[in-house]
Design a protein around this ligand. Structure first.
Ligand code: SF4
Length: 310
């Protein structure tokens, strides 16, 4: 059956504030899934808690609205149980880089084949606009009584340090470009991050659409490319990474969008498991029988429990 764009939408009423950047991100994800012709029954989307976390409700695919900061462990579990799934992880900047920061870091070093989409508005929108881990030091949004006293996390550099092998940044109101980045991230084999600048017109009156528009530019317009392969020499690597770090730190008058980093040197976590358990791909946990035709469990854990007897 030929899939249509509407096949990726649900009938759930979209419940974000008027003008929220989340609408553009939702549309970009739906269009990316449609253009990649991904069967909705083979896509699973996980979110934590926050405005961004409503996203799975609006996309016709499997979806789990999990706990605050915990979308990644759920998503990794699902991907490892069924490696054929296309897995998207929706994180908010507070959700994913505050309470969920440990999961964000450890997901990178495993290189599980999934795509993290980080909605970044600099505030905890769902709870009235407290400063999130990405709000810059000294900024005072209208929701804060005093300027932010903490320094900001740089999601691009944290992802690089953690081991993500694809790192990009998009903008919520540039849907065609964000769709392109999400498609590239899904097609990448390994852990991919798409950091999305997402205005929150209700609580963040500093990083608004009017503020972003004159500052944003695309990395490829300057001939930038950072692809690392096994053939990359040490000298080339240092030159490329040095420029990548420079671009990731660029903020203020000019803010880059695009693919910051693509590393093709590493196997995925699933490939590492397969190297240890050759039957893993053909017979992953999701395909294993757990009951007989009458529903009686055929999995016994007695033997495993015996090992713990003292
Ligand atoms: Fe969007 Fe901000 Fe409203 Fe949340 S509070 S839905 S981020 S505009």
């Amino acid at each position: 059956m030929e899939l249509k764009l509407t096949d990726y939408r649900t009938e759930v009423h979209v419940n974000w504030c008027p003008g929220c950047g989340d609408y553009g991100i939702l549309s970009s994800i739906q269009q990316a899934l449609f253009e990649l012709k991904l069967d909705p029954s083979n896509v699973a989307i996980f979110s934590g808690i926050g405005c961004s976390a409503k996203t799975p409700h609006y996309i016709n695919a499997y979806g789990v609205h999990t706990l605050h900061g915990r979308a990644l462990p759920y998503a990794i579990g699902a991907k490892l149980a069924n490696p054929e799934l296309t897995v998207l992880v929706i994180l908010g900047d507070g959700d994913g880089l505050g309470i969920g920061a440990g999961h964000f870091v450890n997901a990178g070093r495993r290189n599980v084949d999934l795509t993290v989409i980080l909605y970044d508005n600099g505030v905890y929108g769902l709870t009235k606009g407290q400063a999130s881990p990405t709000l810059k030091l000294g900024l005072k949004t209208k929701s804060l009584p005093k300027p932010n006293i903490n320094q900001a996390i740089n999601p691009i550099l944290l992802a690089f340090a953690s081991g993500y092998t694809f790192i990009a940044r998009g903008y919520a109101y540039d849907v065609p470009y964000l769709k392109y980045l999400i498609k590239e991230a899904i097609n990448h084999k390994g852990s991919a991050l798409v950091h999305v600048l997402q205005p929150c017109p209700v609580y963040n009156d500093i990083n608004t659409k009017e503020w972003y528009t004159p500052r944003l530019y695309k990395l490829e317009q300057e001939g930038y490319e950072c692809i690392i392969t096994n053939e990359t020499t040490e000298e080339e690597y240092l030159r490329k990474i040095s420029l990548m770090i420079q671009k990731a730190n660029e903020w203020g008058n000019r803010i880059p969008l695009g693919i910051f980093y693509r590393d093709l040197r590493y196997t995925t976590y699933e490939e590492r498991i397969e190297a240890r358990i050759p039957s893993y791909r053909l017979n992953p946990p999701a395909k294993q029988k757990i009951s007989d035709p009458f529903g009686k469990p055929i999995t016994y854990i007695d033997k495993i429990l015996e090992e713990f007897l003292i």
